[in-house]
Structure formats: C-alpha cells, structure tokens
Design a binder for this molecule. Structure first.
Ligand code: E4P
Length: 221
C-alpha cells in the first residue's frame, strides 16, 4: 500500500519524506488555507515547493465547479509539474471533466467520494485515483472502512485500474484497516504513519538488549 501524507505543511512533508516511506502528497483547499497560502501565485509556488520535496504524486484541487472552469484550472495545474494530479470533486461537471482529463492523459484524483456508486462512476470516467473519505463517514456513525471493502470488490469484479486512495484517514488503526481492505493508497497525517512503529515490547526489548550489551562489555574490560 502506498503512503501519502494529507497536508500542505512543508515541514511535515519533509519529515515524512525523511522517514523514507512517503509515496505522495494530497492537499485540499482547507489544508492550503490552514497554512495561510492564498493568492494564485502563492498557491502555485506552494505546489512547486511540495513537488520539490516529494518526488511522487501531488494532488492539487480545483476550486471551480463548472466544466469549463474545472478544465481550465486543471490544465494549468497539470502543466506545473509532471507529478501534479488534478483533484476534481465528485459532481456532475466533475465527472465530465474526469473523462476529459483522462482522454488528454492528465492524472486525476476524484475527491469527496462517500458511496460505492460514486466510486463506480469515477472509475467509469477513468479517474487515476478515487478518494473515499473514511474518517468523515466514521464521524457520522457510518463504517468508512466498509466502503473501502465495497469499492475494492467492485473494482476487482471488473478490473478497473482506478486506484483506491483511502482519504480522511485519521489514525494508525485506519492505516492498518486500509491495508487489510486492500486499499491501493492511504492518505493521512504523519502521526498515523509514525504510530505504526510503536510497540512497548519493542522498547522494553531494546532496553534489555542494550543493557545486556553494556554489562557484557564492562565484564570484558
Ligand atoms: C482527501 O484527500 C482530503 O484532503 C482529506 O483526506 C480530508 O480529510 P479530513 O476529513 O480529515 O479533513
């Protein structure tokens, strides 16, 4: 499973990159705003900065909601860097734009997906990635992970090449469940990735190994 980090914070992206397990980055307008990135020039520069740090797919979301606007914005974003993936919302004009981008060889990430039907439509339109939001479904007492399983089944039934990008991943257990469900990619905070390495028996075991080594070294001396 590929690991993407869901942030527009350059320090967090550098930290994840430094760990050596980062495959890509996803952003959205809220995450950009959180970093105080406003104005077209700054937004463009920020995407370029992210691409400089991580040599993997970087999702950049369009703001337009009509076909012409989505296409104009998406083409501009895609021309910025070879790693840019145009993030398009799951709306009627978005589906139409997904097909347009696919036919032009532009990579896409269909975002704000909350049902199997929407995921099927994204695959039919040739989306490169589909982003079901597991955390936001969990937030409303609906099993987000069950949606990943459902989409996996549907895509495998027909051999759709659209990659399942489990989004709105909030914590480490989500990451493990995504892997169990056969998600191609997960995107979440760095803390969810770091959580994977934690186990008290590892810490206890290491402490004992180091203490035994120290004792043995002292005996020899
Ligand atoms: C997806 O690409 C979105 O950027 C993101 O995962 C949404 O996560 P949230 O529900 O934690 O805001």
């Amino acid at each position: 499973m590929e690991f993407f980090i869901d942030t527009a914070n350059l320090d967090r992206i550098r930290e994840a990159q430094d760990l050596g397990v980062l495959d890509g980055v996803t952003t959205n307008p809220s995450l950009m705003a959180k970093e105080g990135i406003t104005g077209e020039e700054n937004i463009i520069q920020h995407y370029l900065d992210i691409c400089e740090i991580c040599d993997g797919p970087v999702s950049a979301e369009v703001i337009s909601t009509d076909f012409d606007g989505i296409v104009a914005e998406g083409e501009k974003l895609a021309a910025l860097h070879k790693n840019i993936v145009v993030k398009v919302p799951m709306i009627r004009d978005g589906v139409k734009a997904l097909r347009y981008f696919t036919d032009k060889g532009i990579k896409t990430n269909c975002t704000l997906v909350f049902s199997a039907g929407q995921a099927l439509l994204a695959a039919k339109a040739g989306a490169t990635y589909v982003s079901p939001f597991v955390g936001r479904l969990d937030d409303i007492s609906t099993d987000g992970m069950a949606l990943i399983e459902q989409i996996r089944l549907i895509y495998d039934n027909y051999g759709y090449e659209t990659k399942i990008l489990a989004a709105s991943v909030r914590h480490t257990m989500h990451v493990i469940q995504c892997a169990e469900a056969g998600s191609d990619v997960m995107t979440g905070p760095l803390s969810a990735i770091i959580g994977l390495l934690k186990h008290p028996l590892t810490d206890i075991g290491l402490e004992k190994f180091l203490a035994d080594h120290k004792k043995a070294t002292q005996v020899q001396a």
